[in-house]
Structures are given as structure tokens and as C-alpha cells.
Design a protein around this ligand. Structure first.
Ligand SMILES: [Zn+2]
Length: 413
């Protein structure tokens, strides 16, 4: 059924927005509902584009609160990897449903995911009604190239035909967990099938030092030599990229996703240098990383951290302004991540903010969104013309929380 939003505030004007077949059919002051439409009276609520979470591990909601305040490698090796070995598809499904619920509530309608049983995440995404690029994490540090290749091909087969909300992707974990041979093969497969590639890169200084010691070059140059630094590549973190690497990444058209909350929680010791990346012309998005290391999927909250980290690291409050930070969080500075523009013909993905919110409505809206708002400021979330949340109420939430908690108990975290 077509959906019409009436009396929304957009760019300082009262407008109507009509959705048909999953796309925005009309947007403007004169747009009204037609007979038979589902109608939401926004009653003056702000209409804004949704957020894009450029890097997460959705089902790690099951690990929330089990981070143990550990450094990255002991946390992965002692805590996470042994538990992940026990994961079943149903665990991932309910963990991902919980993640989707949290993202819908906090205004994210598209995310980039790397996790086990990717077909279970795809099912959760489809059932929840949001969008995601999904890849199975690929490792061969403790297995062979052949095993990695078979697992990659199997995951792509499982993700094929998952419907319009799911984009299959390749997700080699990192340069320190995937061999050179496998990374080259992933580059070839990505080119052949035009698949996006997500990889963690330059998260810690140690990773850079090890890469220099082992390969005689820094991580971005290493990936480039293997053919894996291109327009389809999404690099998570990039904290320790230097200016030459940023210039190379810009030249190749790859995207970097900054995850400030996870970086600060794991104390990686620096902030991704957004002003330098912008000067170099790098496409940049924002991510939460998994709930195991954040522990929230509220990208609006992390947006504030992102902006503050830039100002703090630069010792300059003008290092990034609110409009620029908002553009990063909504995918407007990284075309490959999938931003949604509010215009006729675009996918009908959008948010209505909560009316009468104390943190909104005085001063500049964008500034309020970056520095004062959080996920709870979102009232209504729509994806492909379908209302996923209205009035802050998400159907099925109770069941999802209960089922995810039950699966987490089974894992004995
Ligand atoms: Zn990650």
C-alpha cells in the first residue's frame, strides 16, 4: 500500500512525502495523500535522511557486556574466538534481529556486516525490513587457502537470492589473519563478480609495525600490491593510515569507515584523521563496530564521539563542523556505502524525529543532531516505504529481546 507522510518539516518547509513501490514518488509542500494510502500525520516533526552504519558485526549483540575491558588481541583470542566456535545459525539470527531492532530504533537503515552464518544475518535483515551488505568473515591463519576459498564460495551461494535488501559481500578479516595468497584470490573474485570487500585495516599501531616487518610496506600499500585496494573496498578503522596511504586510498577510490567508539574503548591510541582524509579526497563513512566492542549500535551517539574525537585530536574545534559530520554519518561522504537522498525517485528510506524532544528544536537542527541527539530522538523509521517503527514502538521487540537473551545464555558467555 502506498504511504504518505503529511505535514513534515523538511529544509524549513512543511511538506508531504508520498511513497510508492518502495520509492519516493513525490516530496514537497503540495504533496497530499491519495485515496487508499496509509497516512502518517507528522504534525510538524522533522523529516531527515537515515544513517548508514558502515561497519559492524551485528550478531555480536550476544556478546554485549562481555568485553571484559580487555585489549583487542586478548579479547579476541581468549574471549570471542572460543565462543564464536560454538555459534549456531539460530544464535546469529536472534543476535542480528536484536541488532536490527536497535539500529531501527536509533535511525540506521543500512549497515555493513561481517559475521559468521551470514545467511542467518541476511534472514534477520529481511525479516526486520532494513538493508545490509553482508559477508562471512574469511580467515586462513589457522586453516588453508582451500578452506578459505570453499567457505567464501559457500557463503556467497547462501547469500544469493536473499532479496533486494541484502547485498552479498566478501569480508576478509584483516591482513594479519588472511594470507597473501587468499587476499589476491579475494581481489580476483571481487573483480570478477563485482562484489564489495570489507576488511579491517590499520586498527592498531602494532598491525602497521608487523606489516612493515613482514612485507616491508604499510598496510594500504600492501593491499594495493595484492590488487585489493579499489572502488569496491571498504576499510574499517584506518586509525594509523599515514598521508601517503590516504592519498593512495583516494586515488584507488576505496572507502574508509571510522569507528570512534570501538577505537576509544579498545584504546588504540589515536583517532582516524578525518581532516587529512578529506584533504586527500578519501570517501569516509561512520560505523559502530560490533556491540562486543562498542557496546552500542546507536550511531547517532557515536556521531558525537566522531566529531569530538576529531576536534580533540586536532586541538582545533573547527577540525570538523556539524554539517560535515552529519554528511559522514548519513553516507553522504562515501557514495559506495549507500546514502539515501530525500528526493523523488530515491528509495523511500527516511526518519521522522520525535516531536517536542527537549534536545531538538532550538538552534540549528544539524548541530542538535550531531551534538545533542541520540537514538531516542528518532520517532519513526521507514525503509522502502514500509514503516518499521512508529512513535518509538517496534513491533516484536519483546520477543526479539527474550529470544536473543536465551541464545546468549546458551553460549554461556
Ligand atoms: Zn570490526
Amino acid at each position: 500500500m502506498p504511504l504518505t507522510i503529511t505535514d513534515a518539516l523538511f529544509d524549513g518547509e512543511r511538506v508531504g512525502l508520498r511513497c510508492e513501490d518502495g520509492a519516493i514518488a513525490a516530496l514537497g509542500p503540495g504533496v497530499a495523500a491519495e485515496a487508499g494510502d496509509e497516512v502518517i500525520d507528522a504534525a510538524g516533526a522533522h523529516l531527515v535522511p537515515p544513517l548508514v552504519n558502515g561497519h559492524t558485526h551485528a550478531a555480536m549483540t550476544l556478546f554485549r557486556g562481555s568485553g571484559g575491558d580487555l585489549p583487542l588481541m586478548p579479547w579476541l583470542e581468549k574471549k570471542i574466538w572460543p565462543i564464536e566456535a560454538k555459534l549456531e545459525a539460530e544464535d546469529v539470527y536472534w543476535g542480528a534481529r536484536l541488532a536490527c531492532a536497535e539500529m531501527i530504533r536509533s535511525g540506521t537503515t543500512r549497515f555493513w556486516d561481517m559475521y559468521w552464518h551470514p545467511e542467518a544475518t541476511a534472514r534477520a535483515v529481511t525479516d526486520a525490513g532494513i538493508r545490509a551488505a553482508i559477508g562471512a568473515p574469511l580467515f586462513d591463519a589457522t586453516s588453508s587457502f582451500e578452506e578459505l576459498r570453499d567457505s567464501a564460495l559457500r557463503s556467497l551461494e547462501a547469500l544469493a537470492g536473499c532479496g533486494p535488501l541484502v547485498t552479498p559481500a566478501l569480508a576478509p578479516h584483516a591482513i594479519y589473519t588472511v594470507s597473501e595468497r587468499s587476499l589476491r584470490w579475494i581481489a580476483e573474485l571481487s573483480a570478477e563478480r563485482e562484489l564489495p570487500v570489507q576488511i579491517h585495516l590499520s586498527e592498531t599501531e602494532k598491525e602497521v609495525q608487523d606489516c612493515l616487518a613482514e612485507h616491508g610496506e604499510r598496510p594500504a600499500h600492501y593491499l594495493d600490491r595484492l590488487g585489493l585496494l579499489g572502488e569496491r573496498t571498504v576499510l574499517a578503522h584506518g586509525v594509523w593510515l599515514d598521508r601517503e596511504e590516504l592519498a593512495l586510498i583516494a586515488e584507488r577510490g576505496a572507502t574508509v569507515v571510522s569507528n570512534p567508539a570501538a577505537n576509544m574503548k579498545l584504546a588504540v591510541g589515536a583517532a582516524f584523521d578525518y581532516p587529512a582524509a578529506k584533504t586527500a579526497g578519501v570517501a569516509v563513512g561512520l560505523g559502530t563496530d560490533g556491540a562486543g566492542s562498542n557496546d552500542s549500535l546507536d550511531l547517532l551517539a557515536d556521531l558525537k564521539l566522531f566529531a569530538l574525537a576529531q576536534k580533540h585530536a586536532a586541538g582545533d574545534p573547527t577540525a570538523i563542523d556539524a554539517a560535515e559530520a552529519w554528511a559522514v554519518a548519513t553516507g553522504g561522504r562515501a557514495p559506495r556505502l549507500g546514502a539515501t537522498e530525500l528526493r523523488p525517485g530515491a528509495p523511500a528510506d527516511f526518519l521522522l524525529l520525535r516531536r517536542g524532544s527537549p534536545e531538538l528544536g532550538i538552534g540549528d537542527l544539524t548541530s542538535d543532531l550531531v551534538y545533542a541527539a541520540a537514538g531516542a530522538s528518532v520517532d519513526t523509521t521507514v525503509v522502502a516505504g514500509r514503516v518499521l517503527m512508529q512513535g518509538g514502538e517496534l513491533p516484536e521487540l519483546e520477543e526479539i529481546v527474550a529470544k536473543a537473551a536465551e541464545r546468549a545464555r546458551r553460549l554461556d558467555l
